[in-house]
Design a protein around this ligand. Sequence first.
Ligand SMILES: Nc1nc2c([nH]c(=O)n2[C@H]2C[C@H](O)[C@@H](COP(=O)(O)OP(=O)(O)OP(=O)(O)O)O2)c(=O)[nH]1
Length: 163
Amino acid sequence: MSLPTRIVPVVCALLYRLKQADEERHSVTASKSAYDLLVSLRHEDASNFANLWEFPGGKVEEGETHAQALTRECREELDVHIEVTDNKCVHAIHFEKSEEGVRTQYSVFFYWARMKFDGQVAKALASQKVAWVHYDDLKTREFCPGDETLIEELAKGSIAPPA
Ligand SMILES: Nc1nc2c([nH]c(=O)n2[C@H]2C[C@H](O)[C@@H](COP(=O)(O)OP(=O)(O)OP(=O)(O)O)O2)c(=O)[nH]1
């Protein structure tokens, strides 16, 4: 007999910051070497992947668009206002777990986003830590297992912020 199944959509922000020199020159092209991403360390009592690094985000609530869910999650988790810079999802992962007689299928969607206002400082409200990390240094941290392919693509530059 198949288990009852719950479908859980999750959205994550690839929240990027161009290197200052490029911002000042208004060089809008996010060249391969010119940006950092904001990452957070999952809580030690998270139900999945505790104590691993992640891109900020969370579950989409009923009736929300992905962009609405992302802006809400970033306000709740980091106390920052963000804007989604590209409405096209750049990467997605899918996994499932079965627990207490229920199968849960997660679909995790990643979007480019930026801080909406200058000078905002992200706070670790729902995580243990937050950090700005150069895209090529992400691989030195232990991330949720499904994020690995994305991190490789970011390191190669085959996934890069919108110009
Ligand atoms: N935020 C975020 N979640 C990720 C990433 N990669 C990845 O597999 N996930 C998974 C972990 C979680 O199962 C789910 C996010 O949901 P969530 O943040 O509400 O965490 P959770 O299911 O552990 O919920 P809870 O412990 O707070 O109840 O997506 C990522 O890069 N960022």
